[in-house]
Design a protein around this ligand. Structure first.
Ligand code: NAD
Ligand code: ZN
Length: 342
């Protein structure tokens, strides 16, 4: 089968011929149709410090995908060949207290497909049946291929009650933009999204009913005033990884405000804890999706009118993967979806 492989410990990716993965009795084999390129894949492509420490070579990469079940292991009863599916890319253990207590997303033994174990940028993926999520007819393959990052957005946005709240989102990357659409869908009042990249802000405004703010040119205090907000934002969703964006969020939140942190700073950054203490802020770190409640909620919201399709800005055949990675590295695109069916 064709697969995109981190074949050598240096920058780049290689489209290679690889054996179709074997499946165990509790696994399914998925024929991949569409995949999404993630920031994580860019780190692996560029072979930065993080990738060098975390990715064994050779590795089939990729974790955002949709496809069709080709084969099921002999113990698998609830799924069958031909079903359209996506799935959770975090493969968990079953030994920890968290996993045994049903808090699957908190299992410390989690391994990621396309990072530590073979991934989805291939014609076939072997996945534990436990991780498979069937797709409703209304969620087509390209949407199915971006459920992993939509799940990040949904997990973050639903961390706190947003109904009637004023929400500040820092970072208008694909995940920030999708979280803005979710905040709007669930009934937030004012939704403001910040970035320093005008292309990203324009995309945010086109995809979601939000107020884009370029913090390199505009003052958030004035924006609040114009919106008639007397104090500050009730909830902050940090989606940039920029330490200055986090500081700004702390500045503009109300006393007792709540922050969900998804963005990953490139390196350790100092935090002014005194302000967090005196403002009595609640801060929650977010990793991945909550298995499988996030999957349920996001599919249900897509079925009830959540529209995030506009975040997909490029669709390419897998043969053009190098162009897709180049466009991603340019930093102005939304999601890029690769087609494996050609
Ligand atoms: P992205 O890099 O495409 O988007 C980040 C955006 O933040 C960019 O548009 C950038 O211009 C903007 N930005 C930079 N400085 C800013 C500032 N001072 N104020 C406001 N915005 C600023 O990333 P993405 O794919 O949308 O992911 C969002 C973040 O979440 C990234 O940090 C990513 O590493 C992280 N992430 C975390 C998880 C997790 O499980 N915790 C999963 C996926 C991604
Ligand atoms: Zn991803």
């Amino acid at each position: 089968m064709k697969a995109l492989v981190k074949a050598e410990p240096r920058p780049g990716l290689w489209l290679q011929d690889r054996p179709v993965p074997e499946i165990g009795p509790d696994d399914v084999l998925i024929r991949i149709r569409k995949t999404g390129i993630c920031g994580t894949d860019i780190h692996i492509y560029a072979w930065d410090d993080w990738a060098q420490k975390n990715v064994p070579v050779p590795m089939v990469i990729g974790h955002e995908y949709a496809g069709e079940i080709a084969e099921t292991g002999r113990n698998v009863r609830h799924l069958e060949p031909g079903q359209r599916v996506s799935g959770e890319g975090h493969v968990i253990g079953m030994k920890s207290r968290a996993a045994r207590g049903g808090k699957f997303h908190l299992d410390p033994e989690t391994r990621g497909i396309g990072v530590q174990i073979p991934g989805a940028f291939a014609e076939y993926l072997s996945l534990p049946a436990f991780n498979v999520v069937p797709l409703p007819d209304s969620v087509d393959d390209e949407l199915g291929a971006i459920l992993d990052p939509l799940g990040n957005a949904v997990h973050t946005a639903l961390s706190f009650d947003l109904v009637g709240e004023d929400v500040l989102i820092t970072g208008a990357g694909p995940i920030g933009i999708m979280s803005a659409a979710v905040a709007r869908h669930v009934g937030a009042r004012h939704v403001v999204i910040t970035d320093v990249n005008p292309d990203r802000l324009a995309l945010a405004g086109a995809v979601a009913d939000v107020r884009p703010v370029n913090v390199a040119a505009e003052d958030l205090a004035e924006v609040k005033q114009r919106l008639g907000m007397k104090e500050g934002f009730d909830v902050g969703l940090e989606m940039s990884g920029a330490p200055s964006a986090f500081d700004q969020m702390v500045d503009h939140l109300v006393m007792g405000g709540r922050i969900a942190l998804l963005g990953i700073p490139a390196r350790p950054a100092p935090v002014d804890w005194t302000r967090i203490v005196f403002k009595m802020l609640t801060i929650k770190g977010i990793y991945g999706r909550e298995m499988f409640e996030t999957w349920h909620k996001m599919l249900a919201m897509l079925e009830s009118g959540l529209d995030i399709r506009g975040v997909i800005t490029h669709r390419l055949p897998v043969a053009d993967f190098a162009r897709g990675f180049e466009i991603m590295q340019g930093g102005t695109s939304g999601k890029i979806v690769l087609d494996w069916t050609g």
